[in-house]
Ligand binder design. Structure first.
Ligand code: ADP
Length: 263
């Protein structure tokens, strides 16, 4: 045990100093534990793609293929795994900067109509590849809306990408509700859903309900962790409701303006 404990015998200044040291020491220990778990996760995540890369590069080096098509398939595996690694590294870097509080906000007025049309164009293509319908809908009164549009777009793209990845038939929908006090972006799908026992964990880094499925879709397990960090940055929150084999709904709640808040 790395925790240093100071014996506290009094209620005076010395006593409270002792208690403060004890609290700090518990905190430090928790930090060490989280950090070492995180590093263990990262090395685990790096191991699979690197072993594929080495394995397939070796097959090619030893000429262990019969046809050019087979060689092409090996090269595709290498390409896919290398892309996964690149994505993992980029996302880890982004997350670590966010957690150090290193970010800037670029707040601008968002033209809601343009904003959701551009998202619709992006989600439609991916959804069509899987034969899914993709709809957008805007409800409520027109309010001026100020936020960091790039960050909001990243959040919604992560949620929409998941909605498409984890849905085999039916539809994915983006609905915007302009309420009196705040604005809601609702990303809904008719997909696999998330079992109750996993629901509190899916925003954790690297957590996946089904590891092999997430691998097959190119997932890194970081998409929701990033979305939730970004939501905090723009003074928002993300909630989730889901039923297994029915579908999932993510709700991003944002203020109409974050102009005057501390950044
Ligand atoms: P990944 O890269 O694995 O998609 P995320 O952090 O984006 O990582 O999501 C974590 C996990 O949450 C996913 O692996 C998946 O199991 C589950 N998940 C996220 N969104 C959905 C959804 N719309 N439907 C079903 N499961 C989902």
């Amino acid at each position: 045990n790395l925790t240093t404990r100071v014996e506290v015998n009094s209620q005076d200044e010395l006593g409270s100093l002792g208690s403060a040291i004890n609290d700090l020491s518990v905190e430090l220990n928790n930090y060490r534990k989280t950090r070492s778990e995180f590093l263990a996760n990262i090395s685990h995540e790096l191991r699979t793609p690197t072993s594929y890369l080495i394995g397939y590069a070796n097959l090619i080096k030893q000429g262990k293929y019969e046809t050019p098509e087979e060689l092409g398939r090996y090269a595709s595996v290498i390409e896919g795994e290398a892309s996964r690694l690149a994505k993992l590294i980029q996302e880890l870097f982004a997350l670590s900067k966010m957690e150090e509080g290193e970010y800037t906000l670029q707040i601008q007025e968002v033209d809601m109509e343009d904003f959701i049309q551009s998202l619709h164009a992006k989600m439609k293509l991916k959804a069509a590849e899987k034969g899914l319908a993709a709809n957008v809908q805007l409800n409520g009164n027109d309010h001026a809306f100020f936020t960091d549009g790039m960050k909001l777009e990243q959040i919604l793209l992560n949620l929409l990408e998941n909605a498409i990845n984890y849905t085999e038939q039916g539809w994915v929908n983006l609905q915007v509700e302009m309420k009196e006090e705040h604005i809601e972006f609702i990303v809904e799908d008719t997909g696999a859903g998330i079992p109750k026992s996993d629901q509190s964990l899916i925003f954790d880094r690297f957590y996946r309900v089904d590891k092999s499925r997430s691998r097959a879709t190119g997932g890194t397990g970081l998409g929701l962790a990033i979305a939730s960090e970004l939501a905090k940055q723009i003074s928002g929150a993300i909630q989730m409701e889901s039923e297994e084999n029915k579908g999932t709904r993510f709700i991003v709640t944002l203020p109409y303006s974050i102009e005057n808040q501390d950044m």
